[in-house]
Design a protein around this ligand. Structure first.
Ligand SMILES: [Zn+2]
Length: 173
């Protein structure tokens, strides 16, 4: 396994709509990429990581939002598609492509996502709270949308100022 390099905003790949994973791409190469993405996510201390964040413009992400008992919920979602969402939640959100930025973002509180597993089998996940936040955040990455785009204009302005300061540090290259 190998750690992948996480790209930081405003790397163009983060702002590009990812290509769907084709029917002929559900192979060992894809499964290796997924394992490396899990490794990279755990190493960076995140709960979700999308392919564009490691410089690959494709529609897939990995996530592991532990439940109350710290139980792992390791899951890879290929070609995710939000089919339903409802309610709202306000909570702190971060992103491995924006190191040091945490801010409140409004999200739906429940979502149903349809996706394919690493073998190409169709799956569906009905999730709430932090899992829903993660699914929505990571599916956005597949669409070239970053959480900056989901902030209120005031929070976005403050975040942009902080990003400018952080970009002068080694943490953000
Ligand atoms: Zn992110």
């Amino acid at each position: 396994m190998a750690l992948l390099k996480i790209v930081h905003y405003p790397e163009p790949v983060l702002l590009t709509v990812g290509k769907p994973v084709g029917a002929d791409e559900f192979n060992d190469e894809l499964r290796k990429l997924v394992e490396n993405m899990f490794e990279t996510m755990y190493s960076a201390g995140g709960v979700g990581l999308a392919a564009p964040q490691v410089g690959i413009s494709k529609r897939l992400f990995v996530m592991d939002v532990p439940n109350d008992k710290d139980e792992s919920n390791k899951i890879a979602l290929i070609n995710p598609e939000i089919v339903a969402q409802e309610g709202e939640q306000y909570g702190d959100e971060g992103c491995l492509s924006f190191p040091g930025i945490y801010t409140k973002v409004r999200r739906e509180v429940r979502t149903i996502v349809r996706y394919q597993d690493v073998f190409g089998n169709p799956q569906e996940l009905d999730c709430t709270d932090l899992s829903a936040r993660c699914v929505l955040h990571e599916t956005d990455h597949c669409d070239g949308i970053v959480f900056l785009d989901r902030m209120t204009s005031l929070k976005r302005e403050l975040a942009k100022r902080k990003i400018k300061r952080l970009q002068k540090t080694e943490k953000w290259d």
